[in-house]
Design a protein around this ligand. Structure first.
Ligand code: GLU
Length: 546
């Protein structure tokens, strides 16, 4: 077979060569140890946690001086692409602090290795495809859908491997004249790779995460170009990652099964292989069993979930880092306040069994992080969140930021700050009793205190409450009321002799707490009452007196 003649027949219109492309996209001049990574999503309009997780690996690897982290849009599947796909991707990642140095942007491309959208690179793929044909490594296949379906059912019946390979590769050795006839008759065809692989032989791959892997060679004549000339992922990424000079291809482990094909494609074209890193699937525990985090079933799979709930973005990143690098958590505990960029990210420390995503653990990270912020820092974050997600809360807090800051300052600072807020959606409920507009009593008084005692305690307290008392004087008054009404002044005293008392001072505090906040649990009551002010405290207490 004269492969040059076949290449001209199929790709006569392509006059560029790979050498031309190499000249246009020369090897990058990078400082030592610099890397080139890319995030290559399909713009389907739904960014999920797995995307962020993968992009974070790319971004962390490209932290080294002079490295490149670019965005490539894999939009070859028009049916799945959505209108604002690109800006959605960029905005979603940016909202988690992940930015690109090069690539597609909402308004165009930045960088010398573009275009960065696969639909705009069709002639580039055809140039490589033509070369494959010239090398005798690609051929047109005229099989119809029906031919392929019949082949599949034959394979199923005879318990043979599925696919287009070996004796099933009907058009692999079609003579030139027959091909020419079909082409002249405009018979649709796909361009297939001519694999020389043997699955009984193994290729050795060094994956920085999985170590040395021996995987069976590919023997499938996979499709390179579909009948409309658009490449498959397999072929497109080989052309792109070579020309864009990617050094590290980070992608999900679902691509491991076709890695032998990808390697064979690089080798067939004599192109240097990039370093492949396959990240593990994100898993979750569901009724005790580990399963894949599902884009459809699990609300926490969508990135929008974290924004809506009001998790600080850097907590999500911090948490993902704990899953990504086994030594991150320890590093963080030893460097509580250090910048995350000081942590040396290493693919070697990535796990290979499914990475377990645990919302409770994220909650823990978030709660601890928020507890360490100053009142004014946390207020700024809450306002930012509430502006988009809860305008009522935003207005309440923003109308009196001094009050809001005072509320958030309760129990903050010191070695053991309160950990009341996990995400900002909780804030409204947390501070609702500070605002008459939101106040609603949710808890009952403790059951062990009679209605009569409750009324007496409140009546007496109203008479002696003075907003100008300091904390000691304030507590002395509560103790006095306790004693006057038959409650022990100290818990210990009560425990030693429970029959001698109705209860203890804590019960009396609870009556005051529930009457003022509507809850059995609240931050420090002295501070709460100071912020609420005399009138509000008294009027809420009066509400319980007949
Ligand atoms: N477009 C592919 C995907 O969304 C990218 C895989 C890769 O990063 O190479 O799965």
């Amino acid at each position: 077979m004269d492969y040059d003649k076949l290449a001209e027949l199929l790709f006569g219109e392509i006059t560029t060569t790979i050498a031309d492309l190499e000249e246009q996209y020369p090897k990058r001049e990078l400082p030592e140890n610099a890397v080139v990574t890319r995030f290559a999503p399909s713009p389907t309009g739904f960014m999920h946690l797995g995307n962020l997780y993968g992009a974070l690996v790319d971004e962390r690897l490209a932290r080294k001086n002079g490295s490149v982290f670019y965005l490539r849009i894999e939009d070859t599947d028009l049916k799945r692409s959505v209108e604002n796909g690109v800006s959605d991707i960029i905005d979603a990642l940016k909202s988690f602090g992940i930015n690109f140095t090069e690539g597609a942007t909402a308004t165009g491309d930045i960088g010398a290795y573009g275009p960065y959208r696969q639909r705009q690179r069709i002639n580039i793929y055809k140039t490589f495809a033509k070369k494959m044909v010239q090398l005798g490594r690609a051929y047109p296949c005229f099989c119809t859908e029906q031919d392929l379906a019949e082949m599949r059912s034959f394979q199923e019946k005879n318990k043979q491997n599925f696919g287009y390979y070996g004796s099933f590769a009907k058009h692999r050795d079609m003579p030139y004249d027959e091909i020419e006839k079909e082409i002249k008759n405009n018979v649709p065809y796909v361009l297939r790779f001519k694999s020389f692989g043997d699955p009984l032989k193994h290729t050795v791959i060094n994956d920085p995460v999985r170590g040395k892997m021996e995987i069976p060679e590919n023997d499938q004549d996979h499709v390179l170009l579909k009948s409309d000339g658009v490449p498959t992922y397999h072929f497109a990424h080989v052309c792109d990652d070579y020309l864009m000079r990617t050094t590290h291809v980070v992608r999900g482990e679902e691509w491991l099964s076709t890695l032998p094909l990808h390697i064979e494609l690089f080798d067939a074209l004599s192109l240097p292989r990039p370093l492949y890193i396959h990240t593990s699937q994100l898993m979750k525990l569901d009724e005790g069993a580990k399963r894949k985090l599902s884009k459809r079933k699990d609300k926490e799979a969508a990135l929008s979930f974290y924004h809506k709930m009001g998790y600080p973005s850097n907590c999500v990143i911090e948490y993902l880092m704990t899953i990504l690098n086994s030594n991150f958590e320890q590093w963080r505990s030893q460097n509580l306040l250090a910048d995350i960029n000081d942590f040396e990210f290493s693919p070697k420390k990535m796990g290979i069994s499914g990475a377990l995503f645990d919302l409770d653990k994220l909650n823990d990270v978030s709660k601890n992080y928020i507890s360490r912020l100053s009142a004014s820092e946390v207020l700024t974050l809450i306002l930012e969140w509430a502006k988009s997600y809860d305008i009522e809360l935003y207005n309440l807090l923003n109308n009196d930021t001094k009050k809001a800051e005072a509320i958030l300052a309760i129990g903050r600072g010191g070695n053991k700050p309160r950990k009341d807020i996990t995400y900002f959606e909780e804030v409204k409920n947390y501070l609702s009793f500070f605002y008459d507009e939101l106040f609603k009593a949710s808890d009952e008084f403790p059951e062990n205190i009679s209605k009569e005692d409750i009324e007496n305690i409140l009546k007496q307290y109203i008479l002696i409450y003075d907003i100008n008392d300091d904390q000691t004087a304030w507590f002395d008054k509560i103790t006095k009321i306790a004693v006057d009404n038959g409650f022990a002044a100290k818990t210990k005293e009560y425990k030693q002799n429970p029959d001698a008392f109705k209860g203890h001072v804590g019960d009396v505090s609870s009556v005051i707490r529930v009457s003022v906040t509507g809850r059995q649990n609240s931050p420090d009551m002295f501070a709460v009452m100071q912020i609420l002010g005399y009138d509000t405290v008294i009027s809420r207490m009066k509400g319980y007196i007949k």
